[in-house]
Ligand binder design. Structure first.
Ligand code: GAP
Length: 446
């Protein structure tokens, strides 16, 4: 994990937020390559969802009417039990003491369980994870609003707006990507548990009685999405929530877990939320949230199957899964270790790099021409500094799938070398065919 975090910073994937001021716990900034990778993850998800006839997209506001969070149960239930250590003043989640370590100066590395056994902890008290702020200039109770802790509520409250505007019939879904905020007691493991993160959520509205079947369909589709984007099958597993531990809204819930270097962790949840959300919003708003089935001439409150993925956690799973250190031959016949990010080519932040072998004989001019031809279509990087082997390594490290090199043969027959990242195989290709070559491998739908 340390190697990946350090590479992420060095190559511009992820920086600590406000680093020059010592950082802000639980917040991270995406750098030039990170923002591309994150965008590609979100684009793949968006395509998988909204390129279907039965799913519409929305983008709801982060701030919502405070009654939304009463109806949703977040004001009452969205809390974690918290304890304080009387000695070092560290704060822990009472249900996560076992693996927790103290991070406070003077006590770093001390096991929280030790302090607990020695009776240093306060009684557990409930801590609500929603960030509160005020709307307007007066900071009183009537002006309280929350930063949304999940994007889902923006979908529930817009269910009938979307349905009537798009003339969808049940079953259909609404998809949304957006920021969510949780005042986590303990943030940890890089992007895994942060206070600001992005979710990719889809709510699928179905007729009661068909929910179990749809729940299974969506479980299959969501696992397949990660597999299609190249995540190692053995590093993915399902975890079913025990009945006693189900969230207040859920009838059944499964997590897709990824095996991170620090252990298995949830990257996406698939939940059968029943009619809980729509019924509660109907009750709290006084507005009907029922659907009228014209064919059957009946009214009912749909059940909701939710697929809820973390964009940031998925980003981290893709990054961790792609990271490899492997032996590679050098130009002088030796072997060296190369670091290579085997990202799926649709996720890779840069799609191609162009190198002139040397900075003379017209090679840079040809290289620049190739780069200019690629640039309107794909993210491309031009690099003319250092030995060509080192340039390949720099691109391997950030997952660039194709590198094109202009060499002396180019001057004779207008071909370049194309080198593929994973196999390191090289072949020759006409300059005119470069954009077509990339398009065949990178463009297209899913
Ligand atoms: N609408 C349901 C919901 O929000 P959740 O299991 O609380 O369910 C869904 O969250 C996903 O959001 C998780 O699988 C995870 O990927 C992501 N997520 C939740 N809390 C997070 C946090 N503190 N930091 C990063 N990602 C988080």
């Amino acid at each position: 994990m340390d190697k990946i975090v350090s590479l992420a910073k060095r190559r511009g994937f992820v920086f600590q937020s406000s680093e020059i001021y010592g950082g802000l716990n639980g917040c991270w900034d995406y750098g030039p390559l990170g923002v591309e990778l994150l965008k590609n993850v979100k684009d793949e998800w968006w395509k998988a969802m909204t390129f279907r006839e039965d799913i519409e997209g929305i983008d709801a506001a982060i701030l919502m009417h405070p009654r939304v969070w009463e109806a949703s149960g977040h004001v009452e239930n969205f809390s974690d039990p918290m304890v304080d250590c009387r000695e070092c003043k560290a704060r822990f989640r009472a249900d996560q003491i076992e693996d927790a370590m103290c991070g406070n100066p003077g006590f770093k590395g001390r096991k929280a369980s030790k302090c607990q056994a020695e009776g240093k902890f306060t009684e557990a008290r409930q801590f609500n994870l929603m960030f509160k702020t005020f709307i307007g200039p007066v900071e009183d109770a009537g002006a309280v609003v929350y930063l949304r802790p999940e994007t889902a509520q923006g979908i529930f409250v817009n269910f009938l707006n979307v349905q009537s505007a798009s003339r969808q019939k049940i079953p259909f879904g609404i998809a949304q990507i957006g920021k969510a905020f949780r005042n986590e007691i303990n943030t940890k493991n890089f992007l895994f548990r942060t206070r600001e993160f992005e979710q990719m959520e889809m709510q699928y509205f179905v007729k009661p009685g068909t929910d179990v079947e749809w729940f299974e369909q969506w479980r299959t589709l969501r696992m397949q999405w990660f597999l299609d984007l190249g995540v190692t099958r053995e590093k993915l597993q399902w975890h079913q929530h025990e009945k006693e531990k189900l969230a207040h809204y859920a009838k059944d819930a499964y997590d897709i877990e990824y095996q991170f270097p620090f252990g298995w962790g949830e990257i996406e949840g698939v939940h059968n939320r029943t009619d809980f959300d729509l019924s509660r919003h109907e009750q709290y708003s006084g507005k009907s949230m029922k659907y009228f089935d014209e064919a059957a001439k009946e009214k009912f409150t749909p059940y909701i199957i939710e697929t809820s993925a973390g964009a940031s956690r998925s980003f981290m799973a893709f990054l961790v899964d792609a990271y490899r250190e492997e032996e590679a031959p050098t130009a002088d016949g030796n072997v060296e270790v190369r670091t290579v990010m085997k990202l799926h080519r649709r996720l890779a932040p840069l799609k191609a790099a162009v190198f002139p072998l040397v900075n003379r004989d017209g090679m840079p001019e040809i290289g620049r021409k190739i780069e200019a031809a690629i640039r309107p279509h794909f993210r491309v990087f031009y690099d003319d500094s250092g030995a060509v082997g080192r340039r390949y390594r720099r691109q391997d490290e950030v997952g660039t799938p194709y590198c094109f090199t202009v060499d002396s043969q180019t001057l004779q027959d207008e071909t370049v070398t194309v080198r593929e990242r994973d196999s390191m195989k090289q072949e020759r290709l006409g300059i005119d065919a470069v954009v077509r070559y990339l398009t065949d491998r990178l463009a297209g739908g899913r």
